[in-house]
Design a protein around this ligand. Structure first.
Ligand code: F0G
Length: 470
């Protein structure tokens, strides 16, 4: 008999969870206008809002916290981080930033200008935001299979090379400062990109003389999927796969709050000394001196260790298997999820689970609110609320998919927590046919509305509700 797989760690410090009744939660969510960002964390039982910055650090990382060198310039913690980046990712230069979007700000300040076009696989919203803020355009070239949640495909994060080439020809290579590959691709469900696709994308880019940049927030999980799903690499180590993934990339940037196993941090890594020098000017104005760039010494030390731990095969296997386990439990209860399950989160298809709720009433948000009321499980809407309005017409951009994302923090929850989440969703599913109305918007911000939006339960008929939003 094979022994069961177990997490390659045990618990040293615990954090309490507070329990409240369903009625208390029902009243609370109404009081905060049905916006889960307004809920205090002690009102949440299982917090699956994000896997970003929510992981647990190891004893070695906490030891580095004590060893942190807080010197303004030349901090030893910076050099520890630099050595990890050189060792694991294979880049010579390192620009630390306080998190991923700060890396985007610096990198794009140096490389993106008005009228530019950045093709890629479903850019993350802050990436898209930083591109659009500079009056440039993000063009999504993800394969079409990614948008059918029921379709099995091992690498739904892949780039459609025909779409990419058509984009290059349409806009002209002189307007394309770089091609952006995001690994794993968060926006389409934490779906991986195959090494073959990375290599083909880089070869195509090279033919047109366009550099490839990579957004590597969840690169280690992507490497795990390459090892387990792409036959040619089954015997490769995670570290060798990581090196192969980045071989042709000119620049990578990272939100280290994910696969860096830290609570805060980010960076840009590259080999080009000229671009590094240019980035340095922006680092100094926006973040801090070159050897800390918005991070404390102790945070850099913890990240130096977190990067090493993040490419450990046993850790990655346990991590990805936990996400897959929750996927299996949800499927057993007949909950429609994005398949195959990605690396960091489950995405529940609200269009399939609540077909009676029109998109104009934000079905994925309704699902998020009901999961919170039912079991205190906090996820996040990835649908029309998040997609926001078209800046030109001011009308809602109907999202291609209406998803409730349940993102799993790293090294935090146990299998019984996952069973609790699955049971909560099963209870919501059992009464889903009773849900007749979604939400109307009471108040919304000009941009990035989902963080602060105020909602009310829609009472109107579906037809009237859609006319309200026009
Ligand atoms: N790129 C990707 C692929 C991301 O998922 C994120 C953040 C960022 C960039 C920005 O990094 O948050 O450190 O500034 N994703 C978080 C999430 C917020 O919940 O998926 P950041």
């Amino acid at each position: 008999m094979k022994l069961p797989a177990i997490p390659p760690y045990k618990t040293k410090v615990v954090e309490p969870v507070y329990f409240r009744t369903k009625e208390e939660r029902r009243a609370k969510i109404q009081e905060v206008n049905y916006n889960l960002f307004n809920i205090h964390s002690d009102w949440v039982i299982i917090d699956l809002m994000t896997d970003s910055g929510t992981g647990a650090m190891s004893e070695q990382q906490w030891a580095e916290i004590m060893l942190g060198d807080e010197s303004y310039a030349g901090s030893e913690s910076y050099f520890k981080l630099l050595r990890s980046v050189q060792d694991i990712l294979g880049f010579e230069f390192l620009a630390p930033t306080h998190q991923g979007r700060a890396a985007e700000n610096i990198l794009f300040s140096a490389t993106v200008k008005e009228g530019d076009v950045i093709p890629g696989n479903a850019h993350f919203d802050t990436t898209k935001g930083h591109i659009e803020f500079r009056k440039a355009k993000a063009i999504d070239c993800t394969i079409a299979e990614a948008f059918d949640t029921a379709l099995e495909h091992p690498f739904k994060g892949n780039i459609d090379l025909e779409k990419l080439e058509a984009t290059i020809l349409q806009y002209g290579k002189e307007h394309i400062p770089f091609i952006n590959i995001t690994v794993t691709c968060n926006t389409v469900g934490g779906q991986p990109v195959s090494l073959a696709n990375i290599q083909d994308t880089c070869a195509l880019a090279k033919r047109y003389g366009i550099p490839v940049y990579m957004d590597i927030a969840r690169y280690a999980e992507n490497a795990y999927f390459i090892k387990t799903r792409e036959a040619a690499y089954a015997d490769w180590s995670i570290r060798d796969i990581v090196k192969a993934m980045f071989k042709e990339a000119e620049v990578v940037w990272m939100s280290s709050k994910k696969d860096g196993l830290v609570n805060i941090g980010g960076f840009i890594a590259l080999n080009d000394p000229e671009l590094y020098e240019k980035l340095g000017q922006y680092t100094i104005i926006y973040e801090g001196f070159l050897t800390y760039g918005g991070m404390s010494g102790r945070a850099m030390g913890a990240l130096a260790v977190g990067l090493q731990e993040g490419v450990d095969f046993h850790y990655l296997e346990d991590r990805v298997m936990q996400v897959q386990y929750l996927g299996e439990q949800l499927k057993k209860h007949g909950i429609p999820i994005q398949e195959p399950v990605g690396g960091h989160a489950l995405y529940i298809d609200a269009k399939r689970m609540l077909p009676q709720i029109p998109q104009t009433q934000y079905p994925a948000q309704l699902l998020a609110v009901e999961a919170y009321i039912e079991g205190g499980v906090r996820g996040v809407e990835i649908g029309t609320l998040l997609a926001d309005r078209d800046p030109e017409t001011g009308k809602d951009r109907m999202a291609e998919m209406e998803l409730l994302r349940l993102a799993i923090p790293r090294r935090v929850y146990s299998r019984s927590h996952m069973d609790y989440v699955a049971a909560t969703m099963a209870k919501v599913a059992a009464r889903s046919h009773e849900l007749e109305n979604g939400f109307n918007i009471k108040r919304q911000a000009k941009i990035l509305r989902h963080f602060t939006v105020e909602l009310e339960r829609a009472k109107s008929t579906q037809k009237e509700a859609s006319s309200l939003l026009v």
